[in-house]
Design a protein around this ligand. Sequence first.
Ligand SMILES: Cc1ncc(COP(=O)(O)O)c(C=O)c1O
Length: 364
Amino acid sequence: MSNKEIFTTKPFIPPFDEYADLVRRAFDNEEFTNHASLLTELETKLEYYLKLDGLQCVTSATTGLQMAVKALEIEPGSEIITTPFSYVATTTAILAEKCEPVYVDIEPDNFNLDADKIERAITPKTKAIMPVHIFGYACNIEKIADIARKYNLKVIYDAAHAFAAEYKGKSILEYGDISVVSLQESKLFHTVEGGIVYSADKSLMERINLLKQCGHIDDNFITDGFNARLSELHAAMGLANIKYIDKIIEKRKKLCEIYDNRLAGMVKLPKKQPDLTYKYPYYVIVLKSVEEKDKVLSTLCEKGIYPWHCYYPTLNTLQYLKNHQQCPVAEDICARILQMPLYYQLETDDAERVCDETIKAIRD
Ligand SMILES: Cc1ncc(COP(=O)(O)O)c(C=O)c1O
């Protein structure tokens, strides 16, 4: 049996020469940043692929989320309702804008913000909701939109995991006031580091455009802002990778089907969402107990297979927060969940081996 090490994730690596040819263009053009030709071409290709008009690439999803808070004029001191179960960047973007994260627990089926619990967390200081489409699963978009309308709140979707996901036949990025995707190297599609900001509201996208270049257009200094310009070298990686995106998704689908076939019934899996066209960014399993999770994790690690106990600890417990809310569902799921290996280079035999060892660890 193979003893090759298997990690949770690896970046997609395009053929080096294809990347080098694109980088050579930047050298020939003598342009490395300031929204030059490679970035323009990448944005055009992404718009075509995602069927969206007017998206903008930025340096990271974290900065994109922060700019979204600022673009929507959410004042410092405001409360923003968010999820305790995410990468820490969702919270740090709120804190960086001097707002207060208020955590509402998650639902156990897809691990997203429980929309039924949002209203009771709203106070006069609440100005926005920042949910996450965690692992690419759709939030309760309709209910969140209803609540936002009723209480006049903005909705910023952290869609870091949701590149290319479609909900009810259109890009998931079309929902909410602003959505932000991560293009960091561990993601389904990447530019090494990077992000996408999208809003259907053109005036908001103009605001993002201003904010991402330090708040000025030429000599017209309009506001304070950020440097969130994606470089030509990052855009080159995006252009090298976009050619392969359908192949990447197809391969990940195949691996997920192996996991589904072998693990269903042994572990809890996220609930299928009929309105979502899932693009296989992640594969997570929830074990029956913390003891079972610990056993699976340690047994797999001994065999050179390294799943990840993702998003531990939950964000509501971060020691540097002013206030702590209780989120028992998130804390329970977080203690029992594992993110399983899933990346383009993973062979189907590797996925079978991960299943063999997982099943053995559960049964023994
Ligand atoms: C849910 C979530 N939000 C935000 C981010 C931040 O993305 P970036 O690394 O592009 O800033 C990540 C990164 O992995 C993430 O997983």
